[in-house]
Design a protein around this ligand. Structure first.
Ligand code: ADP
Length: 405
C-alpha cells in the first residue's frame, strides 16, 4: 500500500483524503470545519467503517492536520498503523500565476511563489499556504506537492488569454485569463482523449470541449490534450452563470450599479460572487435540485434561471467548436452535469448541427454519476458523462513527482 494524503485547505476548513495509489482507492476521507472559530468539528469517513464526527478545538490548520493524523492512526477507528505510512502529501492550490504550468514539489521557492500570487487569489492562496505549512510542521520530512488550479490554462495562446485593456494591465498588474477547475478539465479531457484514441484518432488531432458544471462552472476547449481556451478568467467569476456567481456581464454594469446603489468594491464583489447566478435570478436557491423542484411547482424565475444557465453553456460550446475548428467529443462533468439529465438535455438540444446523434432516452434513464456515452454508437461527435476525480488526479500527480524522483 502506497498512501498519499490529499489536502484541500480553505480559510476555515480543510478537506482531506487518504488514497492508496497502488489500488487507486480512497481509504478514508473527511473535513475539518470552523478552524479558528468556536466549535470546530472534525468529520471522518473510513472506506470500510462507520463515519464519525467530533467537536474538537482547532485554532490553526496545523491543529487540524494533527487531529486528522490522530484519527487516521487511531488504534480503534484508524486506517493506518502510523504516520510513516503516508509517503507524500498533495495540496490543491488555487493560484500559481504564470509561473506553474504543472504540479511541482514544494520547496521554499514554491512557497514564495504561492505567496506572490496572493493578490490574484486573495481568499484561497493564504488558506492553501496555511494548509501546506500546517502539514510541514506536523509531518516533517514528508515530500509535499502543489497542484495548481490555474496550471491547466497556461497552454492557452495569447489571443485567448489577453483582455483588450491597455497592455500595462497585463504587464503591471498580471491581468489576464488564467482559468480554474484545471485539475478537473485535465482529468476528464484526458479520459475523453483516451476514448477517441481507442476509436482510431490521433491524440494531437482530438478536439474536446469539457463542461465542468457544479456549484461553480467552467468550460474548456482542448486540442490534442492541451487547453486552448477556458471560460473563467482572472478570477472564477467570468464565464457562464453559476450557483451564486453572475458569470460574464457587461462590465459597465459594475460602475453603473455602484453609482446607483452606493455599494463599495467589496460589496459589489460579494453581490456578483455570492448573491447572483441561479440564486439571484430565481430568488429560490443556488442548488439545481431546488431549482428543478421549484420549476415543477410553477416558479417562473427558477425556470428562467435554469434556461439562462443552459443557454450560456450552449453558447460556449458553440464558441469553443469555433476555437477548435470542430469538435470530436463533449464531456459533461461535476455535480450538475453528472446528475441532472434534464439540464444536459436543455444544453445539448439544438446543438445537433455540430454532428452529434443524441440518445435522448438513454440520457434520461442512464445511471447517475457513472462513465457513460449519451450519443448513439454511430454518432460523429461523442458526448460523454465522466465523473470528475480531482483528488485522485492530485494523488497521481503527487505520487509521480514525490515517489518517482
Ligand atoms: P462544487 O465542487 O463546485 O462545489 P459540485 O461539482 O459538487 O460542486 O456540484 C454541486 C452542485 O451539484 C450542487 O450545488 C447541486 O446544484 C448539483 N447537484 C448535485 N446533485 C444533483 C442532482 N441529483 N440533480 C441536480 N443537481 C445536482
Amino acid at each position: 500500500m502506497t498512501n498519499i494524503l490529499v489536502i484541500n485547505a480553505g480559510s476555515s476548513s480543510l478537506k482531506y483524503q487518504l488514497i492508496d495509489i497502488d489500488q487507486e482507492q480512497i481509504i478514508a476521507k473527511g473535513i475539518c470545519e470552523r478552524i479558528g472559530i468556536a466549535k470546530s468539528v472534525l468529520s471522518y469517513k473510513p472506506a470500510n467503517g462507520e463515519s464519525f464526527e467530533k467537536e474538537s478545538p482547532m485554532k490553526t490548520h496545523e491543529d487540524a492536520i494533527k487531529l486528522v493524523l490522530d484519527v487516521l492512526t487511531d488504534k480503534e477507528i484508524g486506517v493506518i498503523s502510523d504516520m510513516s505510512s503516508i509517503r507524500a502529501v498533495g495540496h490543491r492550490v488555487l493560484h500559481g500565476g504564470e509561473k506553474y504550468s504543472a504540479p511541482v514539489l514544494i520547496d521554499d521557492h514554491v512557497l514564495e511563489a504561492i505567496e506572490e500570487c496572493i493578490p490574484l487569489g486573495p481568499l484561497h492562496n493564504p488558506a492553501n499556504l496555511m494548509g501546506i505549512r500546517g502539514c510541514m510542521a506536523a509531518m516533517p520530512g514528508v515530500p509535499m506537492v502543489a497542484v495548481f488550479d490555474t496550471a491547466w490554462g497556461q497552454t492557452m495562446p495569447a489571443e485567448a488569454y489577453m483582455y483588450a485593456l491597455p497592455y500595462e494591465a497585463y504587464t503591471e498588474y498580471k491581468v489576464r485569463r488564467y482559468g480554474f477547475h484545471g485539475t478537473s478539465h485535465r482529468y476528464v479531457s484526458g479520459q475523453a482523449v483516451k476514448k477517441l484514441v481507442a476509436l482510431g484518432m490521433k491524440k494531437e488531432e482530438t478536439r474536446v470541449i469539457t463542461c465542468h458544471l457544479g456549484n461553480g462552472s467552467s468550460l474548456s476547449a482542448v486540442k490534442g490534450g492541451k487547453c486552448m481556451d477556458t471560460s473563467m478568467g482572472l478570477t472564477p467569476l467570468e464565464g457562464v452563470p453559476m450557483g451564486t456567481r453572475c458569470g460574464s456581464i457587461d462590465p459597465a454594469i459594475i460602475p453603473y450599479l455602484m453609482g446607483r446603489t452606493g455599494m463599495n468594491t467589496q460589496e459589489i464583489d460579494a453581490y456578483m460572487n455570492k448573491k447572483s447566478g441561479m440564486l439571484g435570478v430565481s430568488g429560490v436557491s443556488s442548488d439545481f435540485r431546488d431549482l428543478a423542484a421549484a420549476t415543477k411547482q410553477g416558479n417562473e424565475r427558477a425556470a428562467l434561471a435554469r434556461k439562462m444557465f443552459c443557454y450560456k453553456v450552449r453558447q460556449y460550446i458553440g464558441a469553443y467548436a469555433a476555437t477548435l475548428g470542430g469538435v470530436d467529443a463533449i464531456v459533461m462533468t461535476a455535480g450538475v452535469a453528472e446528475n441532472d439529465a434534464y439540464i444536459r438535455e436543455m444544453i445539448l438540444q439544438g446543438l445537433e448541427y455540430l454532428g452529434m446523434d443524441m440518445d435522448w432516452e438513454f440520457n434520461l434513464s442512464c445511471p447517475r454519476a457513472t462513465d457513460l456515452e449519451i450519443t448513439k454508437p454511430t454518432s460523429k461527435v461523442h458526448v460523454y458523462v465522466i465523473p470528475t476525480d480531482e483528488e485522485m488526479t492530485i494523488a497521481r500527480d503527487t505520487a509521480e513527482l514525490a515517489l518517482n524522483a
